[in-house]
Ligand binder design. Structure first.
Ligand code: SF4
Length: 135
């Protein structure tokens, strides 16, 4: 049985901490690039030039080093510039398999995510968590 069988509490506060910190990789698909480029009012080619880096054969968002932290290039004043069109990887945080692997990994992630158990967080039961993971 899953360690989180009693469910988990989470509601994003929009603090932006998951968009900064240690270096990381936010993968983006061509479809996501087109959607964000449309929202930005620029061509997908320009979007790639400004915001995307190649890691092997895959595309990821660039990062900017600021005072020892690595901010996602789309982070502006703690908010994502393209929040409504943000990539799937961002949309599904913190419900990543690696965060749910164990109670320890969930707590480790929660140490830098104030949305976990925040005062007005939403309770997700086991079925709801399974559904999120399958999307
Ligand atoms: S760290 Fe957590 S609460 Fe803050 S923006 Fe990211 S998901 Fe939301």
């Amino acid at each position: 049985m899953n360690w989180y069988k009693k469910g988990l509490n989470f509601k994003c506060t929009g603090c932006g901490k998951c968009c900064t910190g240690a270096p990381g990789l936010v993968w983006v698909s061509e479809k996501e690039i087109i959607e964000m480029a449309l929202a930005a009012g620029i061509s997908p080619e320009n979007f790639v030039k400004r915001y995307v880096r190649l890691i092997g054969e895959r595309m990821a968002l660039r990062e900017i080093e600021r005072g020892g932290d690595y901010d996602c290039i789309l982070l502006r004043e703690n908010k994502c510039r393209f929040y409504e069109n943000r990539p799937h990887q961002c949309r599904t945080f913190p419900w990543w398999p690696r965060n749910l692997e164990s109670e320890y990994s969930w707590k480790q992630m929660a140490a830098s995510c104030e949305g976990v158990n925040s005062p007005d967080s939403t309770h997700f039961n086991l079925e709801e968590i399974r559904k999120i993971l399958s999307n």
